[in-house]
Design a protein around this ligand. Structure first.
Ligand SMILES: [Mn+2]
Length: 480
């Protein structure tokens, strides 16, 4: 593990002059997140440690993931390198290598990543005498947020049928000192565990919520992993070190031993409560909806604990860094499924999934649409509201080139498809029904007669390289 726990990471940031320690009193209501936001906006994105939060016993830490440099320190490598490593893990042996040696290699990688159960909670862990959420600097970010919300929780659940474990990150509205909301969207693994519990007729479902671990494990909770890959193993796989976990005291669940704070409790599948409004990363307040309720039985804290927080709001915030890391990390895996994809850009100004642009190496008719359907069927890319497919001569990270291709390479009637009645993100408010709406695909690739285009597709303008070079040199000599 590049960092053993959150404190080791804080020390690292401090050595790098990438940490601000605020001793002045700060209000967790609107002020704290506004300070984090200003630091992000100013461009440095240093982490901030708030020692003195008004009315709270526990300090707060923010901007944990706020720069690419931080993210690479957390991962111990670039996202692209890790993505390539993940892809090579899935590679079957080619004829030139021994099946056995490749098999051993795969086993070592997979075995070396599984979490390691520790029998003790470790030194310096206290059980609180009384459950009291109000001792934590839980933030309220926007003026119309209904209450403070926990924004970086690691929510740990188990599938009651298969036993599969999951760590997800779902916001939690504070209802009172021992009760919160649990805003897991219907498509998420936590929600599936909840549904299985409800359908199975069980009265309660154990839930553990960890606030603060080593930052890599926190990142793993956000990574869009298939349900059969548990996030503890993913963290271990990236770190090349097994994550120590401990068994809960009152819940039939395990959680990382390096926690700062852990809330043990339960959800009753027959109970829901109104959740929201909450200023969301869509740039709007998400509306009030019914969501499950989390009841806390016990709280454990480690000595010197710190409460981690993040801002949720319209980009730019640190979730852009996290989102771009995920995009680069998972691109090699997406390419292994859809090999014609050259590059993929989830646009942060479109809140990532609302517009995804891909460039492809097009060889056969209809291939752009085939790629759209592949993406709509793949993990969290199923939330992509608009998919734009362009040829590989377009640099899709250059918005101007994308708009040029989108507008000069389409005949709307032929090249735009609308898919009615399909999955939408829970946060998609324009769709008429919650979680259900339509999608749009834009095929902005070049067309030819195989797709019924019988005119000549024009050449793209390009200056002769030699002449361009000569003119530039002559022009510079003139010194105008
Ligand atoms: Mn999962």
């Amino acid at each position: 593990m590049p960092f053993e726990d959150l404190h080791e990471y804080v020390e690292f940031l401090s050595r790098k002059n990438d940490l601000i320690v605020v001793n002045d009193q700060v209000n967790p209501d609107l002020e704290l997140t506004q300070i984090l936001s200003e630091e992000e906006r100013a461009g440095k994105g240093r982490a901030i440690y708030f020692k003195n939060v008004k009315g709270k016993e526990v300090p707060a830490l923010g901007n944990i993931f706020a720069t690419k440099e931080k993210m690479e320190a957390i991962l111990g490598d670039t996202a692209t390198n890790i993505g390539n490593r993940l892809k090579s893990l899935l590679r079957l042996p080619d004829p030139s290598e021994s099946m056995i040696s490749r098999g051993i290699e795969m086993l070592r990688e997979a075995g070396g990543s599984r979490p390691k159960l520790s029998t003790t909670m470790g030194m310096g862990v206290n059980e609180l005498e009384k459950v009291d959420l109000y001792r934590y600097p839980i933030t309220r970010t926007w003026p119309q947020d209904k209450a403070p919300f926990i924004t970086l929780p690691l929510v740990i659940t188990k599938n009651p049928v298969t036993g599969e474990k999951n760590i997800g990150m779902y916001r939690m509205q504070v209802y009172d000192s021992e009760t919160t909301g649990m805003h897991w969207h219907i498509h998420k693994d936590g929600a599936e565990h909840y549904d299985r519990t409800r359908i199975g007729g069980k009265k309660t479902m154990d839930v553990a919520v960890v606030l603060g671990t080593d930052p890599l494990t926190m990142f793993s909770a956000v990574a869009p992993l298939p349900s059969m890959i548990d996030e503890f193993s993913f963290s271990g796989l990236i770190a090349k070190k097994r994550l120590d976990i401990v068994r809960g005291k009152t819940v039939d669940l395990e959680y990382p031993k390096n926690f700062e704070i852990v809330l043990e409790g339960y959800i009753d599948p027959s109970e829901t409560r109104v959740e929201g409004p909450f200023g969301d990363h869509t740039g709007y307040y998400s509306l009030e909806e019914e969501f499950p309720v989390f009841h806390i039985r016990k709280i454990f804290e480690r000595k010197g604990r710190v409460y981690p927080t993040t801002i949720v709001g319209k980009p730019w915030h640190e979730d852009v860094v996290i989102g771009k890391t995920i995009e680069r990390m998972f691109l090699p895996l997406i390419q292994s499924q859809v090999p014609e994809i050259v590059d993929l850009n989830t646009m942060e100004e479109a809140v990532f999934h609302n517009m995804v642009v891909v460039s492809i190496r097009k060889r056969y008719p209809g291939q752009a649409k085939k790629v759209m359907f592949a993406l709509w069927g793949m993990g969290q890319l199923m939330f992509s509201k608009i998919v734009v497919v362009v040829d590989d001569d377009i640099d899709i990270h250059d918005r101007k080139q994308v708009i040029w291709a989108m507008t000069t390479r389409i005949d709307p009637q032929r090249d735009v498809i609308i898919i009615p009645g399909t999955v939408t993100d829970t946060l998609d408010h324009p769709s008429g029904l919650l979680n259900y709406g339509s999608k749009m695909g834009i095929d902005a690739t070049r067309k030819d007669s195989r797709e019924g285009y019988n005119r000549k597709w024009p050449e793209v303008l390009k200056m002769d390289d030699q002449i361009a070079k000569e003119v530039t040199e002559k022009w510079q000599k003139l010194g105008l």
